[in-house]
Design a protein around this ligand. Structure first.
Ligand SMILES: [Zn+2]
Length: 276
């Protein structure tokens, strides 16, 4: 038996085992990423379904929602691809482990017999797999940021009523003037809630509108709440959908207690009924 050669083989086998352990660790990390993203994707899909239910949505929104649906479907198939890739990596890792064991057994019986695979080749293969895992990680983080945009959209589009009550005046021409919002009947002191996440851009008295709050949302949306009896927020405050921003009242030009509610896209008033 060539003692030096035997020592070299022992070192090679030990190095190989160490590399396989490192690879397994990367695989485990990558699987955790995939599991997290799958649950995020599930949530995103559920939210897209909710978006679909919004009644009388304008054309622009319809196009946007269909685009987001397509995006979600694409993301889903992307994640499936990554899962397949992960399985392939795992199969390769298992193969590597098998080669290692056969190699050891072979050494015990026929010390003079060599292996067709050099340590350098194995090292190259492992490096290649490591790169694959890294690429996978990059792809996953890209998907994550896309999902974050999807969440942002869902919570930036005004949705629901700021107060419960009947609409007693609609958006559009009213006698000689244009009514830029809807009037929702509500008794003085009823809590008024933000209809989407955003930042308060105005909080104070306005000619005609009385005590008014304006909230800026993402994607060009803003909402306006007028004739309030009390304001609970100040300019710059970040609010979430459902947060109470003030109480309804009858400040400004009004014949009775109600909330004047406006939805604007790029500062242009649109019919709030499309977003209730
Ligand atoms: Zn009004």
């Amino acid at each position: 038996m060539n003692r030096d050669r035997w020592e070299l083989m022992k070192i090679s086998v030990t190095s190989l085992i160490a590399l396989v352990v490192v690879l397994s660790f990367y695989l485990y990390k990558s699987k955790l990423h995939i599991a997290k993203l799958e649950s995020s994707l599930f949530l995103a899909q559920a939210r897209v379904q909710e978006l679909k239910k919004l009644e009388k949505i304008n054309d622009r929104q319809k196009i946007e929602i269909s685009r987001l649906n397509n995006e979600t479907e694409k993301l889903k198939s992307k994640i499936e691809d990554l899962e397949n890739l992960s399985k392939q990596v795992q199969t390769l890792a298992e193969k590597t482990l098998k080669i290692d064991l056969l190699y050891k057994r072979g050494q015990r019986k026929y010390s003079s017999r060599g292996s067709n695979i050099s340590l350098e080749e194995v090292r190259k293969k492992i490096n290649k797999l490591d790169n694959t895992v890294e690429t996978q990680k990059d792809n996953l983080s890209q998907i994550k940021s896309q999902l974050e945009i999807l969440y942002e959209w869902k919570y930036s589009v005004p949705s629901g009523r700021p107060v419960l009550g009947c609409i007693n005046s609609d958006f559009g021409y009213r006698r000689r003037s244009f009514h830029t919002g809807v009037d929702i009947r509500s008794s003085i002191g009823t809590p008024v809630k933000a209809t989407a996440n955003g930042i308060v851009s105005y909080a104070g008295r306005r000619s005609g509108y009385g005590l008014t709050v304006i909230i800026r949302h993402n994607f060009g949306f803003s909402t306006l709440y007028a004739h309030l009896s009390k304001i609970l927020v100040s300019v710059g405050k970040r609010v979430e959908r459902g947060d109470v921003i003030g109480y309804s009242g009858m400040t400004g030009y009004t014949t009775g207690p109600h909330l004047h509610y406006e939805v604007r896209i790029n500062d242009k008033p649109v019919d709030p009924r499309d977003y209730l």
